[in-house]
Design a protein around this ligand. Structure first.
Ligand code: AMP
Length: 425
């Protein structure tokens, strides 16, 4: 056993998985940048107060926050999500609206670690600050939908709901709370505890014992104001217009307190554990103001990278990209020709590697294979003497002896041209 290993709920993402994560972010960036979103990188920790906006009675705030006092006596928390930090950034810098941004990065929640639920997990997401137009909600939801499709996922369900305006929500919570209290004897102990703190969250219970009480609970639909209803109708009409299938799920409330009007969730139907939500979001029109900024509407989503990749595994899509090199340089003289040729080949835009420690020809050929190289460039004593090298196609086993000074022409005949790397000095 090694002396140290990863803490519970954290993982090393090793090659080739780490390459898959990078590819994931790059597909996400392509999808959202095509819609005018720009990358933003907020800090990983903030003053605790920024995250208290998620709601005093939410699990994220009461149980899951990684918070601590720093050496300067500040009460700090590692971010449990990105939205609050991005709204804090908006309030601080006041960029012009609409502010359309995307992000990718880790969040931290002290949760019970299990498959698909980690203490450090990654999300990609978008946020738009400024417009309250329901057609923006449509754009945001559609981008999430198209991103999952771009990964190759097919088994994704979209649930949408409206939580109404703050007044509607409060009236609904009163009615829900009265109803749940009237049937509290039938609820699980956990649900009874949740009911005292945050009645809405009882609707999230996946326990069988709570199912029948939840099934008969009043739903938010009847409590929506005319404005909130019209807003939601525009969202669903827009989604229909785009041919994006969705289900209006009146029980969908989402965990965090700042949501109002539209909320939505993407669920993978190919994941069979309890952690099937691969992303979600909604409108949070009061959040920037709560953080001391001007009254500003906002909408966005966060997608869980870890869990979405588990969904990709179960649908056998979006495999890790091949990490092989193009060329492996084998120098069995003194390694100096390999030093020079790998530089030349890399600068021309090819991926090139070599062996170290003066290994034998056989061992270096093995390394070339392991590196996934298409071509081996071999320098033996005769070649070194004559300023030549043998270029061997590892796919067809064809080989020829060429001048070292003409190596790039020969490589490009087989592999095609690449974009040269720009000089750095
Ligand atoms: P939330 O911010 O809780 O709405 O989460 C948005 C998405 O992030 C979820 O749908 C999950 O895919 C992912 N997620 C949330 N919490 C975790 C966690 N502890 N581990 C892994 N993924 C998570």
């Amino acid at each position: 056993m090694p002396t140290f290993s990863t803490s519970p709920g954290t993982r090393d993402i090793l090659p080739p998985q780490a390459g898959r994560w990078r590819a994931f972010t790059s597909v996400f960036a392509d999808v959202v940048e095509s819609a005018g979103y720009e990358c933003v990188i907020p800090p990983m920790f903030e003053e605790l107060g920024v995250f208290l906006r998620l709601g005093d009675a939410t699990d994220v705030v009461t149980k899951e926050m990684y918070d601590f006092e720093d050496k300067g006596g500040r009460h700090i928390a590692l971010r449990p999500e990105h939205t609050a930090g991005i709204c804090r950034a908006f309030a601080q810098h006041r960029p012009t609206t609409p502010w359309k941004v995307w992000y990718s990065g880790s969040n931290f929640r002290y949760e019970k670690a299990q498959a698909g639920r980690y203490r450090q997990f990654d999300q990609v997401g978008i946020e738009v600050l400024g417009p309250s137009d329901p057609l923006l909600d449509v754009e945001v939801i559609a981008l999430g939908w198209h991103f999952f499709a771009a990964l190759g996922l097919k088994n994704v369900d979209l649930a949408v709901n409206s939580l109404g305006d703050p007044g509607d929500r409060a009236a609904y919570i009163d009615a829900l709370s009265a109803y749940l209290n009237s049937r509290s004897a039938e609820l699980s102990e956990e649900a009874r505890l949740t009911l005292q703190k945050n009645p809405l969250r009882v609707l999230d219970s996946k326990r069988e014992q709570d199912a029948s009480v939840i099934a008969d609970a009043p739903t938010i639909g009847a409590f929506l104001s005319d404005d909130a209803r019209a807003h939601f109708d525009a969202v669903t009409s827009g989604l229909s217009l785009l041919g994006i299938p969705f289900r209006v799920t009146r029980g969908l409330v989402r965990g965090l307190d700042y949501y109002q009007r539209t909320v939505f969730e993407f669920v993978s139907t190919s994941l069979d554990n309890a952690q099937t939500a691969i992303g979600g979001g909604g409108r949070y029109d009061g959040l920037v103001e709560d953080l001391g900024g001007p009254s500003t509407a906002g909408v966005g989503f966060a997608l869980g990278v870890d869990r979405t990749l588990l969904a990709c595994d179960s649908e056998s899509v979006f495999a890790a990209p091949s990490s092989g090199v193009d060329v492996f340089v084998i120098d069995v003289v003194d390694g100096m020709t390999a030093v020079r040729l790998t530089e030349v080949i890399r600068a021309a835009g090819y991926r090139a590697d070599r062996a170290f420690d003066g290994r034998s020809m056989k061992s270096q050929m093995k390394s070339a294979d392991r590196a996934g190289a298409r071509l081996a460039v071999i320098i033996g004593a005769d070649e070194a003497e004559a300023g030549t090298c043998t270029i061997r196609d590892l796919l067809t086993s064809e080989q020829s002896v060429v001048l070292q000074s003409e190596i790039l022409q020969h490589i490009s005949l087989i592999l095609g041209e690449r974009t040269p790397r720009r000089a750095t000095l």
